[in-house]
Ligand binder design. Structure first.
Ligand code: GRF
Length: 201
């Protein structure tokens, strides 16, 4: 099962996939980034995995970048695209080429706190329970059908970096599980409820 990953940053989620799923349930065959020099790319290169960068400045608009990225991933015969800290929206030119084949990891219990400032907004709201969501990507912001979620009680934490540090291992667990489950064919849309995803191993 051939997996492509898009990442903008350090790539700890990518590393979790490489450590726990790659060479087992799935093969990571391509890693792309919008950021040249993103540490995530180095993690892939170290294993001889194909990498490519798609900086916004090189394209007329987001749609052109998305199309180039999607065509590159299709060339690598990718069956599932994982957004692992890819900090851009992907538009219809991308999603249309991978229908129901793009997943994302988000550091909040969606539909609470979508978007880039999820942890800050949760702290501002004063929640005591944080969490992680892995979901299919649609054209909205963190709005696609939920695959896996896990809550984490942090009643006394007030620092966003500390919340992120505590959530990161949860992200790694859920994202690696989701990739393995999808590779095994255990993740299916419920035909009667388009938003509801059944996960049956
Ligand atoms: C994660 O917190 C993820 O939820 C967010 O971006 C971060 C990526 O971290 N969308 P890493 O690059 O995988 O370490």
């Amino acid at each position: 099962f051939r997996v492509g990953v898009l990442a903008s940053g350090t790539g700890s989620n990518l590393q979790a996939i490489l450590d726990r799923v790659h060479g087992r349930e799935a093969e990571v065959v391509a890693v792309g980034s919008d950021k040249p020099g993103a540490p995530a790319l180095g993690r892939a290169e170290a294993l001889g995995i194909a990498t490519a960068t798609f900086p916004g400045a090189e394209y007329e608009n987001r749609e052109a970048r998305d199309t180039a990225m999607a065509l590159w991933l299709l060339e690598q015969r990718v069956e599932l695209v994982v957004l692992a800290g890819y900090m851009q929206l992907v538009g219809p030119g991308f999603l249309g080429r991978f229908p129901r084949r793009v997943i994302n990891v988000h550091p909040a219990l969606l539909p609470a706190f979508p978007g880039l400032r999820a942890v800050e907004q949760a702290l501002e709201y004063g929640v005591k329970v944080f969490g992680v969501t892995v979901h299919f990507v649609d054209e909205g912001v963190d709005s696609g059908p939920v695959i896996l979620q896990r809550a984490l009680e942090l009643p006394d934490v007030t620092d966003p970096d500390e919340v992120r540090d505590r959530l990161r291992p949860v992200e790694h667990d859920l994202l690696t599980s989701a990739v393995a489950l999808i590779a095994r064919g255990a993740v299916r849309p419920d035909p009667d409820h388009p938003r509801r995803i059944t996960v049956k191993d």
